[in-house]
Write a protein that binds this ligand. Structure first.
Ligand code: BDR
Ligand code: CA
Length: 310
């Protein structure tokens, strides 16, 4: 199995990413680290501990950055609520928070494992990962790759061109995308294909049990908010797509269309700050160490999530 560190800001879809990362046999979840994003660090960390208890994560859980490198934090209460995970009932956490800082834990794990062993899977703002790179640049060549949820080759969600995770901390994203390691990004192009439709909800309901109940509450609340705020008929469940890409790679591929293309982060635009500038010009495609996911086998993706609930 592929060893990963899931760096997240739960967050409804982050919770599903945690579930999938814990349950799938192709993934060996080494740690969950939290970062301010959808809500404040204490809130998303509390949510991470509750979700970990529900889905049976025993790997260490550590809290990291309280806000962006240079900007002030602008959370996403419209999508995720005041708690960061409104509308679900979390069990009393039976897992304790690791005393280490997330940034130190990431560095410690990467440096103590073999070269090329660990894949970083960020599904929130990239602050922790950028801080780890700044503090210990040797992780750049030691990490196998970074497979993250963020950005978009076409249109944004927070602004016309910027996606939330990147726009929350563009300077951190810039560090991560320009570091020189392999980066695969699951942006809105592909995560908007991972829609929790009524057919998906029916499949989840048929599973039964505490995790499925949690997932049904989660989809209902998240779906209502996505309908209100962004006009979606069915909500896009972004973050587990990054985990699914790692699973697909580990199993030989074929379910996600990943295109190699240079990606730059806009940090100084008048109207475009936080944009992922993806160079899809045909004569450039195939260059660079960054890749963008453009197509997803959605039936396969939901099979993974439903299997994780069982
Ligand atoms: C991303 O923003 C957050 O609200 C979600 O958890 C996801 O990581 C989607 O733009
Ligand atoms: Ca997230």
């Amino acid at each position: 199995p592929r060893k990963i560190i899931l760096d997240c800001d739960p967050g409804h879809d982050d919770a599903v990413a945690m579930l999938l990362a814990q349950a799938h046999p192709a993934i060996d979840l080494l740690a969950v680290t939290t970062v301010a994003g959808n809500q404040s660090l204490p809130k998303v960390t509390r949510n991470a501990l509750g979700v970990a208890t529900l889905v049976g994560i025993t790997a260490p859980i550590a809290a990291g950055a309280e806000g962006p490198l240079e900007r002030s934090a602008e959370y996403a209460p419209d999508i995720h609520g005041d708690s960061g995970l409104d509308g679900v009932v979390l069990p009393e956490a039976s897992v304790a928070l690791d005393p280490r800082n997330a940034v130190d834990l990431i560095i410690e794990l990467v440096m103590s494992h073999e070269q090329g062993d660990i894949t970083l899977v960020p599904t929130g703002p990239l602050t922790n990962v950028a801080l780890a790179v700044k503090r210990e640049p040797r992780i750049i060549e030691r990490v196998r790759e970074v497979v993250l949820m963020g950005g978009s080759a076409r249109s944004g969600n927070l602004t016309p061109v910027a996606e939330f995770n990147i726009a929350f901390d563009p300077e951190a994203a810039d560090v991560v995308f320009s570091a020189g390691w392999r980066v695969v990004t699951a942006g809105l192009d592909v995560t908007h294909q991972a829609l929790a439709t009524p057919a998906v909800t029916e499949r989840v309901a048929a599973v039964g049990g505490a995790k499925a109940e949690f997932m049904l509450d989660l989809i209902a609340e998240y779906g209502r908010r996505y309908a209100d705020v962004q006009g979606f008929d069915a909500p896009p469940v972004h973050d587990p797509v990054a985990v699914a890409i790692v699973i697909d790679e580990e199993q030989g591929g074929g379910h996600v269309d990943v295109v190699r293309a240079p990606i730059a982060i806009e940090t100084a635009g008048k109207h475009t700050t936080g944009m992922t500038v993806v160079d899809l010009r045909p004569w450039v495609v195939g260059e660079g160490r960054t890749s963008v996911a453009l197509g997803l086998d959605a039936d396969w993706f939901w099979d993974l999530v439903v299997a994780a609930l069982r």
